[in-house]
Ligand binder design. Structure first.
Ligand SMILES: CC(C)(COP(=O)(O)OP(=O)(O)OC[C@H]1O[C@@H](n2cnc3c(N)ncnc32)[C@H](O)[C@@H]1OP(=O)(O)O)[C@@H](O)C(=O)NCCC(=O)NCCS
Length: 177
């Protein structure tokens, strides 16, 4: 088991095919997926996603990770970093998703903070973004609490998203001469 980050109540670890059933149940909930994919995912869709997540981790050294309850070892969701091309510019997105039973206890903020810290302190990124559906009040609040500022609204796979960013300029945090 490869642990990526630890917080007071959670840890983040690499996902594996053994997580498909638990993550599949979480992502089959329409409320959880409302502002992510806009519809619940089938178990097969989650299985295919986990394959991509594992390959992505191998290729890039970061990906979406499992969010695990330190007290019970239960998988509560997934969170991590994804490269996205936004208006032609490569950006690194902070992504987070928790099972509905885990909402409302500050865990979303706790996990998003941990992912942001990993991006900054381990990967060395100066800027990360979040892509938040305009109606996703909880997610907008999470990133606002982290100090992200809203930059603009974009169309993302046919849906609106507000781009929240941790910093301005230098999208990938690499200044080349
Ligand atoms: C977004 C998500 C991770 C938030 O998780 P959470 O653990 O409930 O969030 P927190 O408890 O840390 O709450 C963060 C803030 O949002 C507020 N909030 C939470 N749910 C809210 C809601 N439905 N309406 C308004 N505010 C809400 C909280 O009050 C808190 O603000 P406060 O500290 O000022 O009181 C969770 O709702 C989720 O997994 N949603 C489905 C997946 C998703 O949309 N992911 C984000 C994609 S961009």
């Amino acid at each position: 088991m490869s642990v990526v980050a630890t917080t007071d109540r959670l840890f983040l670890r690499h996902l594996a095919p053994a997580d498909i059933d638990a993550l599949g149940v979480i992502q089959a909930d329409p409320e959880v997926m409302r502002y992510v994919s806009g519809r619940p995912l089938s178990r097969d869709e989650t299985a295919a996603q986990v394959d991509r997540i594992v390959a992505y981790q191998t290729a890039l050294g970061f990906s979406l990770w499992g969010v695990v309850d330190r007290a019970t070892d239960a998988l509560l969701g997934r969170a991590g970093l994804l490269v996205q091309i936004i208006d032609g510019v490569p950006e690194v997105e902070v992504a987070y998703l928790l099972a509905r039973a885990s909402w409302g206890r500050g865990l979303g903020t706790e996990v998003a903070e941990a992912v942001g810290r990993h991006a900054r302190e381990v990967i060395g990124l100066r800027r990360v973004v979040a892509l938040v559906h305009p109606a996703n009040v909880a997610s907008a609040r999470v990133v606002t609490k982290l100090g992200f500022a809203t930059e603009r609204r974009i169309e993302w796979h046919g849906e609106p998203r507000d781009v929240f960013a941790s910093a301005t300029a230098d999208p990938v945090g690499v200044c080349l001469p």
